[in-house]
Design a protein around this ligand. Structure first.
Ligand code: TYD
Length: 226
């Protein structure tokens, strides 16, 4: 694949502030004239959004974690081929709210699925499209859940399939994300998300600037139309 774009995934537990930070980064990069694509998982393409619904309302829960992991992978495959790969090929900066590490953590570590099974699924789902950088927003589980609960949307709809799990499970996920960062230091950066949004945004901007400078390429929105 000729890939001139930049693929950044954002990971972390509930209420870590991923969507706020992605929105802010997209605004900053967009204001510089870059072609920015903001997307999310599960979902991000029409097919994957249909699967998202089944996963998050708990309809698949009764069929077991293996089934859920396969559905996350199916959604990811569609999202990669329909949205992420084409965007990277035209030189865009893709900001993705959760990606393959969420499956490793939620279905693998806290879902008790064997790492080999999860890795085999990932190989098929991502099909070579691995993030250039993964930003892990790290926050103590209790603080994150409190934030998630106080969000307008969560308050109106109630907790989803994953938000309703025990604090201990959320702490285990936090550790699992940090473990991934230790195992893959080239790809991952951990950002302390227990600070105010401005401080976090400034740190993320610096992390992304480092990636934009040396690579050049045609990430400008105008270039992609030529
Ligand atoms: P979402 O409403 O997007 O919330 P968040 O703000 O936490 O990202 O919910 C996505 C949920 O799906 C979240 O609880 C994590 C879970 N998830 C998995 O279990 N496996 C995965 O591979 C992905 C992408 C998400």
């Amino acid at each position: 694949m000729s890939r001139s774009g930049l693929f950044i995934s954002f990971e972390g537990g509930e209420g870590a502030g991923k969507s706020t930070q992605i929105r802010r980064l997209a605004e900053t990069l967009g204001a510089r004239g870059l072609d920015v694509v903001v997307t999310r998982e599960p979902g991000g393409s029409p097919g994957a959004e249909a699967v998202r619904h089944v996963l998050l309302n708990g309809a698949a829960e009764a069929y077991g974690t293996r089934m859920e992991a396969l559905l996350f992978a199916a959604a990811r495959s569609d999202h990669v081929e329909q949205v992420i790969r084409p965007a990277l090929e035209r030189g865009a900066v893709v900001l993705c709210d959760r990606f393959m590490d969420s499956s490793r953590v939620y279905q693998g570590v806290t879902g008790n699925l064997a790492p080999d099974f999860i890795e085999a699924l990932q190989r098929v789902a991502v099909n070579g499209v691995v993030p250039d950088r993964t930003i892990i927003l790290d926050i103590p589980a209790e603080q994150g859940l409190e934030r998630a609960r106080s969000r307008g949307q969560a308050a109106a709809e109630g907790p989803d399939r994953y938000e309703k799990e025990r604090l201990e499970t959320h702490e285990k996920r936090r550790d699992a994300f940090l473990d991934i960062a230790i195992r893959e230091p080239e790809r991952c950066r951990v950002v302390n998300a227990a600070r105010n949004a401005d401080q976090i945004a400034a740190e993320i901007e610096k992390l992304v600037d480092v990636l934009l400078k040396p690579k050049g390429g045609s990430r400008r929105a105008a270039d992609s139309n030529r």
